[in-house]
Design a binder for this molecule. Structure first.
Ligand SMILES: O=C(O)[C@]1(O)C[C@H](CCCOc2ccccc2)[C@@H](O)[C@H](O)C1
Length: 150
């Protein structure tokens, strides 16, 4: 049995669809979960989709992914721009990992244009909304199929 893809979402992503639709779209987090589950199913993969407003939860879940995930997608929210703890956790993950952002962070405020966590993943997708999550799942499916180790 192939282990699921962990999809971990950080602070304030529980507000998706409720505020700032001009930046983050109208889809709710539940809508995004459904999109991810449907996409993963086309590759015969399951999804473990989580969200927390707490850095420690995300660190614990990334550590859990070491043994229990076939791949990892992280949208760390604002912690992207602050957290060495998340980077250290990601550096210890042996499975393929990708960073995703709904918005094009490079077209926004300067402080959003640096990621502490990008050094801990294989690749980054940003600016494509929920499609970015779908593309990340497609990429992970290919990476997992190629042997799946970082
Ligand atoms: O574009 C992304 O996915 C971000 O990770 C979203 C973060 C924000 C999380 C969502 O925050 C919301 C706030 C209000 C309404 C909806 C979402 C932001 O801090 C990053 O720079 C880029």
């Amino acid at each position: 049995m192939v282990k699921p893809i962990f999809i971990l979402n950080g602070p304030n992503l529980n507000l998706l669809g409720k505020r700032e639709p001009e930046i983050y779209g109208h889809e709710t987090l539940d809508d995004l979960k459904a999109v991810c589950e449907a996409k993963a199913k086309t590759f015969g993969l399951g999804v473990d989709f989580r969200q927390s407003n707490h850095e420690g939860d995300l660190i614990t879940w990334i550590q859990e992914a070491r043994e229990n995930a076939s791949g990892l997608i992280v949208n760390a929210g604002a912690l992207t721009h602050t957290s060495v703890g998340l980077l250290d956790a990601l550096l210890a993950v042996p499975v393929p990992s990708l960073e995703v952002h709904l918005s094009n962070v490079f077209a926004r405020e300067p402080f959003r244009q640096h990621s502490y966590i990008s050094k801990g993943v294989e690749g980054v997708i940003c600016g494509l909304g929920p499609k970015g999550y779908e593309l990340a799942i497609e990429a992970l499916a290919a990476m997992i199929g190629e042997g799946g180790k970082k």
